[in-house]
Design a protein around this ligand. Structure first.
Ligand SMILES: O=P(O)(O)OC[C@H]1O[C@H](OP(=O)(O)OP(=O)(O)O)[C@H](O)[C@@H]1O
Ligand SMILES: NC(=O)CC[C@H](N)C(=O)O
Ligand code: SF4
Ligand SMILES: [Mg+2]
Length: 490
């Protein structure tokens, strides 16, 4: 089984690009857990494997964690009532390290010398295996196979005196991507890795301070956006007071560019750019770079829609809903195994036959990962009588795996790694295929082009230019060793 998730020795679903995770925290509300449940609903697209909420009532921590969606697990009064207190944090998960099992569902919790410690994490620690090996040698007893648990053991074993110093000490040892919401008896801490790879924002609802992966979660619970948590910043909320600590030497940020391409909801504003507007602008860039004479622009729902609107407006070709999506089928990425995944794409999309017959169509989707969706959709258009099928993709070819919080297929499963443009066009049976250029993507974010040296975003899945060292992934012997370790404890 090939996957970028080195702990995941149990799953046969290693070749899917999945979402990431969502975090949400509330400090200072008598309805803290209920607000977290609402916020997690709005972040459900970021993780559909499992969800959890931890609350603190001033004396005790309370946790409910479960496999599956937020709805179904957190829509009952008794569940919310069992999470009392004015402080609460929650998480929706797609695993990147560690199997899909209850023990890895977040927030993770431990009793430390300083009292309870709960952590919700979006991202992936790219030296977690190495750190884990050292910690286990020194006597740490891990309860999960998640990379996130490494943070807890580093805090527990730190030689610094105060909890904040111990936490900072832990962060300085980890590498990779992390947006965290942490709960301790002393207060809530929200922080972002020095490069700000994963998003994190801060909002207010009356006297409560709120942290969320995306602004849409603030909207949904009626909170107002205050500011982003800066890359490398810790925001500490203690007895209603908010203070900021910046323990890292400042480095220019590299937020994940895929947030604007696919991950974030279009109604979110990520690092001051509207996701919807950026997607439309990518579509416009694509129309300028790769025009084609055709009758209709058709989005591949859902995530291809804003880029298709942008393409249609820029080209003057009418936008039409030529593919109708069933809203009762989950995202393609989460279908287990190839057979079911292929079936999933058919169940999810259907051609709007009456519209397509005899037409030259331009399909617009946000990305090609394995090529499963594109292959099916192009065939669907042909079966519905399309005269020509042109595919336009609102991101550059995905040629590399992500090690920062997205469970990408192993590199060899990526269509653009295996085939060049001609090969891909033949594979999906399109008349023409084009991807937006990397400079076009940067233009959509308001830049003149991608800077050759130190660009302003992480774009490693397109360029292979990873902004951090990848300790675990550069050392395959170590990965094997930890896969064995995980196997023993499953
Ligand atoms: O090349 P593939 O391996 O098929 O993966 C790429 C497809 O997967 C995603 O859609 P998905 O159906 O997961 O979600 P969406 O409904 O949000 O578009 C993405 O938007 C592409 O359409
Ligand atoms: N996708 C994520 O951000 C996952 C967080 C963490 N690495 C986990 O696997 O639980
Ligand atoms: S590798 Fe791709 S998906 Fe991963 S953080 Fe970088 S840009 Fe985002
Ligand atoms: Mg899609």
């Amino acid at each position: 089984m090939l996957t970028t998730n080195p702990y995941d020795v149990s799953s046969d679903d290693g070749d899917t690009l999945r979402e990431e995770c969502g975090v949400f925290g509330v400090s200072g509300s008598s309805s803290a857990a209920a607000l977290v449940a609402l916020g997690l609903h709005a972040l459900q697209h970021r993780g559909q494997e499992a969800a959890g909420i931890t609350s603190f009532d001033g004396t005790h921590f309370h946790t409910h964690r479960a496999m599956g969606h937020v709805a179904g697990n957190f829509d009952r009064d008794d569940v919310i009532r069992a999470l009392p207190g004015t402080v609460a944090a929650g998480h929706v998960r797609y695993s990147t390290s560690g199997d899909t099992a209850l023990r890895n569902v977040q927030p993770l919790y431990a009793e430390l010398q300083s009292g309870g410690f709960a952590v919700a994490h979006n991202g992936n620690i790219s030296n977690a295996l190495k750190l884990r090996r050292e910690l286990v040698r020194r006597g740490s007893i891990f309860q999960s196979t998640s990379d996130t648990e490494t943070i807890i053991h580093l805090v527990a074993t730190s030689s610094y005196r105060t909890l904040i110093d111990r936490f900072i000490d832990a962060l300085k040892q980890i590498e990779g991507a992390y947006s965290l919401v942490v709960m301790t008896p002393e207060g809530m801490i929200a922080c972002r890795d020095p490069l700000g790879i994963r998003p994190l924002v801060m909002g207010r609802l009356d006297d409560a301070v709120i942290f969320a992966s995306e602004t849409v979660a603030l909207d949904v619970c009626g909170a107002t956006f205050e500011r982003i948590v800066e890359p490398g910043e810790l925001v500490i909320v203690q007895n209603g007071e908010v203070r900021s600590v910046k323990p890292f030497a400042p480095v220019p940020a590299r937020p994940c560019i895929f947030e604007w391409v696919y991950f974030s909801r279009p109604d979110s504003i990520v690092d001051s750019h509207s996701v919807y507007s950026v997607r439309k602008e990518i579509g416009a860039q694509l129309a300028a770079e790769s025009p084609v004479d055709a009758d209709l622009v058709i989005p591949v729902p859902d995530s291809g829609v804003p880029a298709a609107i942008g393409y249609a407006q820029a080209s003057g070709i009418p936008f039409e809903l030529g593919i109708i999506r069933s809203h009762y089928v989950g995202r393609t990425f989460i279908q287990p195994g190839d057979k079911v995944r292929h079936l999933g794409v058919k169940l999810k999309h259907n051609a709007n036959r009456a519209l397509i017959e005899g037409k030259r169509v331009i399909l617009v989707d946000d990305s090609i990962v394995r090529g499963t969706t594109s292959l099916k959709i192009v065939q669907m258009m042909r079966d519905a009588g399309a005269a020509e099928v042109h595919l336009r993709i609102a991101s550059p070819p995905t040629r590399h795996s992500c090690f920062y919080g997205v469970d990408t297929p192993e590199r060899t499963k990526l269509l653009a790694h295996k085939l060049d443009l001609g090969g891909m066009t033949d594979f999906i049976h399109a008349d023409t295929l084009a991807f937006v250029s990397i400079d076009g993507l940067y233009k959509a974010l308001g830049e003149a082009k991608r800077a050759d040296v130190r660009p302003n975003y992480c774009d490693a899945c397109f360029t292979g230019d990873y902004p951090t060292t990848l300790t675990d992934h550069d050392d395959s012997a170590q990965v094997d060793q930890f896969a064995l370790l995980a196997e023993r404890v499953i």
